[in-house]
Design a protein. Sequence first.
Lengths: 501, 260
Amino acid sequence: MTPDPVLLIVIPLLAAFLTPLVALGSKKFARYVPLIGVLAMGVVSLLLLKDLIEVQPRTYGAYNTIESTTGGFQPPFGISLIVTPLGGLITFGMIMVALYVLVTSIQKKEDDKGPWFEMMAMMATAGAVGMVITGDLFNMFVFLEITSISGTILAALPRGNGEKGLNWKGAAGYAVISALASFLILAAIALLYGATSTLNIAQMAERVGSIDTFVAGTALLLMIIGFGIEAEIFPLNGWAPEVYRGSRWGTSTIFSGIIGKAGLIAMLKVVTVILAPALEGNIAMDILLWGGVITFIVGEAAAFTSKDLYRLWGFSSIGMFGLILAAFSLGGENGIYAAVLIMIGHLISKPVLFSLTGAMRHKDRDLPLSVLDGLMGKSRVTAFLFIGAALMLLGMPPSPIFWGKYFLFSGAGGESNWLLVGLLIVGTLLEAGYIGKLLWRVLPKKEEAKAFKLPITTTVMALIAVALGVLLGAVPGLLQDIIDLVVLEFGGAIIILAGVI
Amino acid sequence: MMERTTFHRSLPAIALALLFAATLFVAFVEVDFGEPRIEEELPVNYQPGEEIDTENITTPGLRYLANSSEETGSANLVTAVVVNYRGFDTLGEVTILFLAATGVGALLSFIKDDDEKKKKKILPPSLILNKGARLVLPLIILFGVYVFLHGHLSPGGGFQGGVIIASGMLLFYIAEPTKGASHKVISIIESTAGLAFIGLGIVGLMTASKIFLANDFAGDWGEVGMLVSAGLLPLIYIAIGFKVGSEMTGLVEKMRGDGS
């Protein structure tokens, strides 16, 4: 039975309205309400993903979607939700990241003020899911607002571990810049609605061909800047390092794994579905491609020079956003394969790295790289998980990112785009540089070091994530079905993953 | 001298902002707002208000204009769009307000500890304010209730009614600085109203159309223009009215600083 995709939104809203009620009775139990909500979302998205792959017939040139409408009117009159293969996959991935964060942080009594972190984490996820699956442009804006307000609260909450102060600097920066992003996107929506008299994305795509090129170009610019801010694309990401540095690890994970990804997918959806047909040539995709590559280089370079571990992971996330954007914009089956595989690898490895870093965090405001010194001697489990996730992020086989980079280089080389190949090599070398630097600190054993114990939930969740990453890296054929559907969604032909590998 | 340097430095930024504003201006002038592609789809000899065959219509606004009271039972076109055709957006907007209010409360709870030590001295209100507020408060609340109860009939609705009630509560707080509504009660009303909105949406998922937020009873109760009409729409607006009223009151209460 296919669940109604609207449940992905209804469930978290129900849980969010219930949480303060439950908190009046028991603050401790109220923390579990968002966890249960996210768990239920995970079940729904898994069923949807399963149906996308199995139940519906697959024909060449057409891809499967699961659609739903609201308000009792068929689209374009009512607001519709459309789960496409990419949307279904990303939705499932984002919900799993949220589940990782909530399960891992649920036992820590980081604040006794109430279940606000858990509730806002769930709502940021719900907003991100809504942005990905909605079929209506204004509805996408509403979900963007839900995400950015939850994100602001998440960024402001104290880090815990004895630190009580709010992260005003990071949160205020994000609040202002995300309000600007919302304004730009709303202005673009107003332009497109004025020109096409519709908000339904599919209908708008049909009508947008006949509108004025200047209007379409302005809307494109506004959309790229607006969603680029949320997706942390250079040079629109000045707010991000302060959020990563001053927030708790769960917030960083949600920004890197959920909010940024949703901004990226929303930007791709708007640019490829609506605006690319309205503009001559491939200007839009070229902007995104080179914007992505520059973001990759700048992010990795900043990570390379970073002296704070949290900022380092933040910059590395920014670099990954750039790489994923570049891969999608490169297009073709190689580009899509690369983008999906890199995204999966990043979704799996980053939460592990953030949670391990969070477990090591001490009371100082900053977390210098020296905190990793002799980790092997302090806690063998932590060190192994850390090394595994870091190498997975770098793309050391077996890792989905290894295959992603393989396809990316094939795609760039296949088009004889040697500048792109060169820049990708530079970025990857920078990445190898800082990950090598970190491992250099982790590996030496210093027996005198004080032993360090990783919380049991973190151990279990990180172990599951690393094992999953290794499995998908060793047998990438498991992902064949869903990636093929994504390739169809972007209008390419299928290549046989198992055959290449 | 100092000012001049700053001005020189910000020149590129000012130029960029002006260029951006000019681009936006030209783009917005280019679009004919309010002049949608209605002519192409309208039947010949169309009279305003006349119902149209929806099969031939693809522009949403056109269908809303022609068929809203028939399809939703609401005499107020804005309400028909806000609560029924685009009700999903409204649920999202209600959630945004809820998150903002809850978030402000959560963040304030972290910084309140320091403030509690220095108990502020509260000046008593003047006699006129105190007595006048008592006289006006019931009328303001009654007016708020009127606005959200008649949302499907006349301009206004849940959001407006809720804010009117909260403005009355703000007056009450100014007139009676030492008294306040219970934080617990506000929270219960807020959450229950939110759950009621979603519950009314789920009713649509259970009834004939199996669609979330569908108004399957649109024509069943009363006639267009009567208080009891428009199916579930007035109920949704009542929930929104309670929710927005309690939320904004709670926000004022939290900002005042001595809520629970």
